[in-house]
Design a protein around this ligand. Structure first.
Ligand code: ATP
Ligand code: MG
Length: 590
């Protein structure tokens, strides 16, 4: 009967010729094996997997552009580029009747919606969705499967995905391609390439199944925080869509139109008069959530509604329960439930448990519990004043360490932090009698250390021109030790972009001239004083804007980037100076 079962299953599938042959052979083998033989199980499992692959099964593809626009806008604010690209993709699909293997790669800072828009794209296209993360993946068998002889062998993720979604044309989201590990057990990156490459994936060979599988109808979408660490051949075949961080105004919109209603719904507060004031959201963005993504903002908003739910329920008291014989109310169970949410990643739609399901695991009756009716006279308003009661004290207090003129030897740089936010970073240098050594502190990375050395060498070799020494061959700086520090010491800093600011701090120190703290700068320097372009401009300018910086000195090569990617509202009030040589920087500052 087992054999009959398999046969029936197989008859419903359009197995390719070769696969059918393997299937028949294996089935034949199974018939002649003793059920107690160990090989019996192995063979049975194998046939089972073979019949679980959705050979020839597709979900109908939806190329309705209007529908797609609606779905995409429903789930996400902004992200114009990504959305447009998807619509173009659909237009092509509509004209050709099929979409050939395209690999999209969404790249950007954490929490900007890369993973969740992947899911939304699947919904827009009417495809099944499967997601797996290759972050930290080291074993090639995760992708290619184990050989069948291996105990507990399994096919790799792509085959598992097909089984799970039961269609040959799902959207598979490969999360964190930039964090795929370097070879140590086979080469996962090349296996990934084999799976993604439209040239090869028509006949992807899984070690376990050992028959070619057609992955060419799968739409692959990858996500990454940075592009640098994606293996070259892989990156080459991808179409990269940059998703940059959000500015405050965008975050405001996302919070008001998406995060807040979602959180309200998830906390079962839909029918309750609860207002989260725009001013409160503004304060949240300014003093609690400065990173360029919105995940942290989402957590805070979730927390507000959760706390509100808790407050409402406890204020109502036990006697207000609809069914007094039950020990717990739905609401308390529910308000406790979202507690686990921030820890794991939740996508919209995932996080709206219907009140009945929320906590009713051990119920005798199957009847869903009725939601608690909150009386109409309950009103909750969250304002900047009472925000603290919900989310605790603010995390950020001020935007700058120095607001009034600091002593000579301090300049203001701009940094791009690991969490995707920009920051205004003062650079402090001092000197003391010594032997010309340079000491660096503030958890600085290799590249920053080199920038400091370059800057110091430049200053030393141009000491006379800079007005530090009185004659061209005087050596003053070699009898001093120099110490450079970048607060805050606990946060790691890396990258070449502090070059101009470091150099300015040195010049300020040795010429005993103060630098106006309203001037900030970013730019890499070469040993001979050229100013080279740097990245993260949008985030840095945002930080400068928040900190009330008046003048920003940036490499001229960054101008197109700024013109295109930084909203006018942010640039307003900042004077930009574009430079290509360090002398222009010093001229502006001193
Ligand atoms: P990571 O790089 O850390 O994986 P990510 O870019 O994948 O980050 P998501 O998990 O997709 O980030 O997004 C975090 C949360 O923010 C999600 O709940 C998502 O719905 C929400 N979100 C992000 N951008 C938007 C947007 N433009 N509109 C509405 N919600 C958004
Ligand atoms: Mg993600």
């Amino acid at each position: 009967k087992l054999v009959e079962g398999f046969k029936e299953k197989a008859s419903k599938l359009a197995m390719p010729e070769g696969v059918r042959k393997v299937f028949d052979e294996e089935l034949n083998k199974l018939v002649h094996l003793e059920p107690s033989a160990s090989e019996f199980n192995v063979t049975r499992n194998y046939i089972d997997w073979l019949t679980q692959v959705p050979w020839g099964v597709h979900s109908p593809e939806n190329y309705d552009i209007q529908h797609a626009i609606k779905v995409l806008d429903e789930d996400h604010y902004g992200l114009k580029d990504v959305k447009n690209r998807i619509l173009e993709f659909m237009a092509v699909g509509k004209l050709r009747g099929s979409v050939e293997g395209k690999i999209l790669c969404l790249s950007g800072p954490p929490g900007v919606g890369k993973t969740s828009i992947g899911k939304s794209i699947a919904r827009a296209l009417g495809r099944q969705f499967f997601r797996f993360s290759v972050g930290g993946l080291t074993d090639v068998a995760e992708i290619k499967g184990h050989r069948r002889t291996y105990i507990g062998a399994m096919p790799g993720k792509p085959v598992q995905a097909l089984k799970k979604v039961s269609t040959e044309n799902p959207l598979i989201l490969i999360d964190e391609v930039d964090k795929i590990s370097k070879a140590y057990n086979g080469d996962p990156a090349s296996a990934l390439l084999e799976m993604l490459d439209p040239e090869q994936n028509k006949s992807f060979l899984d070690h376990y199944l050992d028959v070619p599988i057609d992955l060419s109808r799968v739409l692959f979408v990858c996500t990454a925080n940075v592009l640098e660490t994606i293996p070259g051949p892989l990156l080459d075949r991808m179409e990269v869509l940059e998703v940059s961080g959000y500015v405050s105004a965008e975050k405001m919109n996302i919070a008001e139109k998406y995060l807040s209603p979602q959180a309200k719904d998830a906390s079962g507060l839909n029918d309750v008069d609860i207002t989260l004031k725009p001013e409160a959201i503004e304060a949240l963005i300014r003093y609690y959530c400065r990173e360029s993504g919105v995940r942290n903002l989402k957590k805070h908003i979730d927390k507000i509604y959760r706390k509100a739910a808790f407050k409402i329920v406890t204020d109502l008291g036990e006697e207000a329960l609809p069914e007094p014989k039950e020990p717990e109310t739905t609401e308390t169970v529910e308000s406790a439930d979202p507690d686990v949410k921030p820890a794991s990643e939740h996508l919209p739609g995932d996080n709206s448990p219907s009140p009945g399901e929320a906590g009713s695991t051990k119920h005798v009756t199957t009847e869903p519990r009725k939601p608690l009716k909150v009386p109409d006279n309950v009103h909750v308003t969250v304002t900047p004043e009472n925000l603290r009661d919900y989310v605790g004290p603010p995390i950020y207090h001020k935007d700058r360490l120095y607001t009034s003129a600091p002593p000579a030897g301090v300049s203001t740089g701009l940094g791009y932090l690991g969490n995707g936010s920009g920051a205004v970073m003062p650079i402090e240098v001092t000197s003391m009698p010594g032997k010309g050594n340079l000491q660096l502190t503030g958890k600085l990375g290799e590249v920053i250390r080199e920038s400091a050395q370059i800057a110091l060498s430049y200053v030393k070799s141009n000491a006379y021109n800079l007005g530090i020494t009185k004659s061209d061959n005087e050596v003053t700086l070699n009898d001093k030790d120099v110490h450079l520090h970048m607060p805050e010491g606990g946060i790691g800093k890396e990258g070449p972009s502090a070059g101009t600011a470091i150099l300015t701090a040195f010049v300020s120190l040795f010429t005993k001239t103060k630098v106006d703290p309203n001037i900030a700068m970013t730019g890499e320097i070469s040993l001979l004083g050229q100013v080279l372009p740097v990245g993260g401009l949008k985030e840095k300018i945002l930080a400068a804007h928040r900190a009330g910086i008046k003048k920003l000195i940036v490499p001229v090569a960054c101008k197109p980037d700024i013109d295109e990617n930084v909203p006018l509202s942010v640039k307003k009030g900042i004077e930009f100076v574009f430079v290509e040589d360090i002398r222009q920087v010093l001229y502006e500052v001193f």
